[in-house]
Design a protein around this ligand. Structure first.
Ligand code: SAH
Ligand code: SF4
Length: 360
């Protein structure tokens, strides 16, 4: 079977080339062709020796996900539905903002963690993405968006906040991070790549050592009783342990704060008392808050908090000295908002990986 070079980090690519009897440093040239120029055809990599091109054509491929559909929202948000293999589709969303462009990518088809307010969680887990499939999303978006008039890359930030729990697909995700951060890959700084997790703690400690990028943690509740219900993995890794792990992470992180994400659910976690408890709950962790208005989906059983409740909640956090932003809902008209991704993906409802920690 041909090796897909899209999913190899520099070290792996160098070893692969050595295995073909080639010079390992050719990996840099090859990565530039694949990731900078978006070239998938070895025949067109003109500064590689003809003999190398022939070898690669025989043994390797650059295989990218297949585009099923593209939608562009009135506010500039773009959404691509990509087919990975028959019956397995994922979504990738681009969100332009003043001075930056953020690409939100997926790490799994579905998710085993079953947070009650998340439509991906309701679908159950189907499968992990390979490194090539994770990187393929950035490759696609780069091709589709191109460069801006000043020649700058349109994608300045990547967030792992699409479908799936990235820390339950640890090995594939860290290798994708290598490629995002590599100057011969996408050349993003650690500060501009954010991993969002609901708190798979052993893997978070490993990430701190292996590839510390900016961190967002899905908190959603200020106490264990409520978080156990909303984010069931809390039953395994409760809040006190989560906070301790965040502090350890910050010793190596490229930013000096954690972003806590908090979906506001009407009457469930959005009262003044919840906000005050939240202030006490995070007291030991340098952090900012990203308050997310709940994005409804059929039969969710939840409602978005009322605007006054959102304001009050944010004001209590701000009065306590925290930076707290309310996420603007973007791409509503194309169902690209958080938790609405890939509503059409077949429901596999396989939860056998529930609460499993990564084995590798
Ligand atoms: N599994 C990871 C990353 C993917 S979820 C995590 O949970 O952090 C990305 C973010 O979207 C999380 O903060 C998640 O809680 C939020 N989210 C999920 N469903 C949502 C919904 N229906 N409305 C708003 N945000 C939602
Ligand atoms: Fe999985 Fe994140 Fe959704 Fe929870 S919020 S079910 S961890 S994708």
């Amino acid at each position: 079977m041909s090796t897909n070079l899209l999913g190899l980090n520099r070290e792996e690519l160098a070893r692969y080339l050595e295995g073909l009897g080639e010079k390992p440093f050719r990996s840099r040239q090859l990565m530039r062709w694949i990731h900078h120029f978006g070239e998938a055809d070895f025949g067109r990599m003109t500064d590689l020796a003809k003999s190398l091109r022939a070898l690669l054509e025989e043994h390797a491929v650059v295989e990218v996900p297949r585009l099923i559909s593209e939608q562009r929202s009135e506010d500039g948000t773009c959404k691509w539905l990509l087919e990975l293999s028959p019956g397995n589709a994922i979504e990738t969303v681009f969100i332009p903002e003043d001075g930056r462009g953020t690409l939100c990518i997926s790490s799994q088809v579905g998710c085993a963690l079953a947070c009650t307010f998340c439509s991906t969680g309701r679908q159950g887990f189907n499968r992990n993405l390979s490194t090539a499939e994770i990187v393929g999303q950035v490759w696609w978006a780069n091709q589709a968006l191109g460069h801006d008039p000043k020649g700058e890359r349109v994608i300045s930030n990547v967030v792992l906040m699409g479908m799936g729990e990235p820390l339950l697909n640890y090995e594939a995700v860290v290798k994708a991070l290598d490629i995002f951060l590599d100057d011969f890959g996408y050349g993003l700084s650690r500060r501009r790549v954010t991993l969002s997790t609901s708190g798979v703690l052993p893997a978070l400690d490993r990430l701190r050592e292996r590839a510390p990028v900016a961190l967002a943690v899905s908190l959603h509740a200020p106490n264990d009783a409520l978080r156990n219900e909303l984010v069931p993995i809390n039953q395994k890794y409760p809040i006190a342990e989560l906070m301790a792990a965040c502090r350890r992470y910050l010793e190596r992180a490229p930013r000096d704060f954690v972003t806590f994400e908090y979906v506001l659910l009407d009457g469930v976690n959005d009262t003044e008392a919840h906000a005050q408890e939240l202030v006490r709950c995070v007291a030991e962790v340098p952090c900012k808050f990203n308050l997310i208005p709940f994005n409804p989906f059929p039969n969710s059983g939840y409602r978005r908090s009322r605007p006054e409740a959102v304001r009050r909640f944010r004001d209590i956090l701000m009065q306590a000295g925290f930076v707290a932003t309310v996420r603007k809902t973007r791409g509503d008209d194309i169902d690209a908002a958080c938790g609405q991704l890939a509503g059409q993906v077949v429901d596999k409802s396989r939860r056998q990986q529930r609460f499993e920690t990564p084995s590798a």
